[in-house]
Design a protein around this ligand. Structure first.
Ligand SMILES: Cc1cc2nc3c(=O)[nH]c(=O)nc-3n(C[C@H](O)[C@H](O)[C@H](O)COP(=O)(O)O)c2cc1C
Length: 359
């Protein structure tokens, strides 16, 4: 009898542990009674960033000005030596700043500083009191990256139009077209090349947060839940894997297999281009990416940036030649219908660790 009780207890504990899909401490909530500026920064921090590095810092001057800085200690020097993705991430942060400020009744004017004006400060944002825009802040909370296979059904034309809005520098390629198949194939090959590159593997391993303890401590990086390793596998990875295991052959192979499923299961590809390689253009790309990700979420369309063809120079040249007619390719994302978009799981550092408030 005692053995039976023990067995049932053990099974219940295992099921409870295994079914826990998210790493604990994924996101610190908005503190109760927070002022408008604190709220605006909080919503901005929910933006996406490459490897979830969150390379932003801000200084807030009363309710008049926000200075946005690049935290270059968080740069990905191997896969992003020119800091292009770092500035795209800052652009996503600025887009959320703008949307959140509007919802709370502030108009924002962003001045991206030129190279000669720039120190670590990348942009100065001036705020002015206006009527709230009516934008729903919840849409910033539910936006996320999804790394599971999507439905391969075509994206409806009217929804493609809503995603692109009036953006003439973004192209959409349905997965079933020759271009869509080309991007899928190139993305998989570029992913394979990058995942075999030792320095890129080590850099990724530095941003991997397998255990709940690491997630809780660092509140950044790519977590087990973020990689959508759930169930029994998730339990094993959270509890027994160390970051160096991300460099092991078995893990790398599993990543390649997962990528094969991802590229083969989507409705299509968004390719964002810009006229040049300036910081201002990269910030603009980040703003456009974040906006599209938010719109896709509202349409039950899953969204995954897949940027290996931009990061791996030999692939970029080829892909640019084949599909980059509207400008320099800066950002690629796979999109596709989902029955439901699950809640976000990727952690964020709290406002007080990224912002300094001055009266
Ligand atoms: C510039 C940039 C590049 C990214 N590249 C990839 C990528 O190649 N593959 C991927 O799965 N996610 C990519 N992401 C998504 C980030 O990993 C994701 O935004 C981050 O982990 C936070 O998760 P969240 O978007 O769910 O909040 C990229 C994001 C940005 C801003």
């Amino acid at each position: 009898m005692m053995n039976m009780v023990r067995f049932v207890f053990m099974m219940t504990a295992i099921v409870a542990l295994v079914s826990c899909k998210t790493n604990i401490g994924a996101r610190s909530p908005l503190s109760i009674g927070a002022g408008d500026m604190h709220k605006i920064i909080y919503y901005a921090t929910l933006a996406g960033s490459s490897h979830n590095t969150q390379p932003w810092k801000v200084e807030v001057l009363g309710d008049r000005e926000i200075r946005v800085f690049a935290d270059t200690t968080r740069a990905l020097n191997v896969i992003d030596p020119k800091k292009r993705e770092l500035y795209i991430s800052l652009g996503a942060f600025i887009e959320n700043l703008d949307l959140a400020a509007g919802a709370l009744g502030y108009a924002m004017e962003v001045q991206v500083l030129s190279r000669s004006e720039r120190t670590a400060c990348v942009a100065v944002v001036a705020l002015e009191r206006v009527r709230p825009s009516g934008f729903d802040l919840h849409s910033l909370v539910v936006r996320r990256t999804l790394r599971i296979p999507f439905h391969a059904a075509d994206i409806r034309e009217e929804e493609v139009k809503r995603i692109l809005a009036d953006d003439r520098q973004t192209s959409f390629f349905a997965a079933s077209t020759a271009e869509g198949r080309f991007i899928a194939k190139q993305t998989l090959s570029a992913y394979r090349q990058q995942s075999m590159n030792r320095p890129a593997q080590s850099e990724f391993a530095r941003w991997v947060r397998f255990s709940d303890r690491d997630v809780h401590l660092r509140q950044d990086g790519i977590t087990t839940a973020g990689m959508q390793i759930n169930g029994i596998k998730g339990f094993v990875v959270r509890n027994f894997f160390k970051p160096v295991d991300a460099e092991k052959k078995q893990f790398v192979q599993a990543g390649i297999q997962k990528t094969e499923k991802q590229v083969g299961n989507c409705g299509g590809w968004l390719v964002l281009t810009s006229p040049d390689n300036s910081v201002a253009s990269w910030i603009d790309i980040g703003r456009r990416y974040e906006r599209m990700n938010i719109i896709c979420t509202s349409l039950h369309i899953g969204f995954q940036p897949m940027n290996q063809i931009v990061e791996e120079q030999n692939f970029l040249e080829n892909v640019q030649h084949e599909i980059g007619k509207s400008g320099k390719i800066q950002f690629v994302a796979r999109i596709g219908y989902m029955i439901e978009i699950p809640p976000p799981v990727s952690p964020r550092r709290p406002v007080d660790s990224v912002a300094v408030f001055y009266k």
